[in-house]
Design a protein. Structure first.
Lengths: 144, 199
């Protein structure tokens, strides 16, 4: 037991212990979030899609693990707490996001409380895999 | 309460640029209703003449806002080059508008990106911003002098609060009078219709 404890302690505290790499979908979600992998998006009421330089999530939202001061007041931060806790958003009733409602919001601009997001939030043409990757990235547990 | 009084009340620790933006936003909130142009989307009745506020253009030239706008129907957006939220979208929308204008034979329409950050947006920054979005000869950019910011903001409804500044497009006629306000981040067709109406 003592040996096992020692191995566990040394293994965690030093001697090359490393965080396990993030799941592939989380890594892809991070790329989609910061625009490394572009997302196609169009403003509500517009016919032409925006250029990729104008559709990066990180332009307006702080992502998981970002310090509180990061990002602007223009749009809410996006992380596990913000998305998974039931909250009152834009005057609607308290509601939490689920993967399905998150994807619907990205595509239609209508949030889980059936409140329409401002036009500045593009309506994204995301497929199910892209959407799941973004959800996995944003709702991951982050060590602080 | 005017912006000068508000600036005096702001904490001195605020950097000059931020003080200026905050003061501008507060000045608008405290502005009497009679000092505002007609509110909302659509025609501005009566049309509001652009004041002779001093600007510095992306080419470094000094001219007044009225002189900048006189002589051509102009679509004006408010922006600042350090804005990473809504301004990239605004730049993309003006680029699309420029393409639509180019498709109209013999058009004399113009575009003006007007900065709300006179301390940071010098001619070099404004020129870089125009290049970023492929601006042609009909699209220019300018910033007011710091002292002229308050007067400029009073011309535009809900004009400035940093990243939350208005994404409306303001249409001026050839006499440099504000005649139309579009919706927030308007589609190209909406702006083109307003420009044609003002022509």
């Amino acid at each position: 037991m003592a040996l096992g404890l020692a191995v566990a302690l040394t293994g965690r505290a030093g001697f090359g212990w490393q965080e396990p790499p993030p799941a592939p979908s989380v890594s892809r979600g991070a790329r989609l979030f910061d625009g490394t992998e572009p997302l196609a998006g169009t403003l509500s009421g517009h016919s032409a899609p925006l250029p990729a330089a104008a559709t990066r999530c990180s332009q307006c939202h702080a992502g998981p693990g970002a310090p509180a001061a990061t990002g602007s007041s223009f749009a809410p931060p996006l992380d596990r707490r913000q998305l998974r806790e039931a909250r009152t958003r834009r005057g609607g009733p308290p509601v939490a996001y689920e993967a399905a409602t998150f994807c619907r919001t990205l595509r239609t601009g209508v949030d889980p409380a059936h409140v329409v997001l401002p036009r500045a939030m593009p309506r994204f043409e995301v497929d199910d895999v892209q959407c799941a990757a973004l959800w996995d990235y944003l709702t991951q547990e982050v060590r602080r | 309460m005017n912006a000068r009084m508000l600036r005096a009340r702001l904490p001195p620790a605020l950097p000059g640029r931020r003080r200026l933006l905050v003061a501008g936003a507060l000045a608008l909130m405290g502005m009497p209703a009679t000092g505002r142009a007609a509110v909302g989307v659509g025609p501005v009745v009566p049309a509001v003449a652009a004041p002779a506020l001093p600007l510095r253009g992306h080419d470094g030239a000094a001219r007044t806002l009225a002189a900048q706008l006189r002589g051509a129907v102009t679509a004006v957006q408010l922006m600042f080059t350090g804005c990473s939220t809504v301004c990239p979208i605004q730049g993309a929308l003006f680029a699309a508008l420029q393409a639509a204008m180019g498709a109209e034979h013999g058009t004399t329409l113009r575009l003006l990106s007007l900065s709300i950050d006179p301390l940071a947006d010098d001619p070099a920054a404004l020129s870089a911003w125009l290049r970023r979005f492929g601006a042609g000869a009909a699209w220019s950019a300018a910033a007011p002098t710091p002292e002229a910011l308050e007067g400029m903001l009073s011309l535009f409804k809900g004009a400035a609060a940093g990243d939350r500044h208005t994404g409306q497009v303001h249409v001026f006629n050839r006499e440099a009078k504000l005649v139309w306000r579009t919706s927030e981040l308007p589609p190209t067709a909406e702006v083109m219709a307003a420009l044609r109406r003002a022509a």
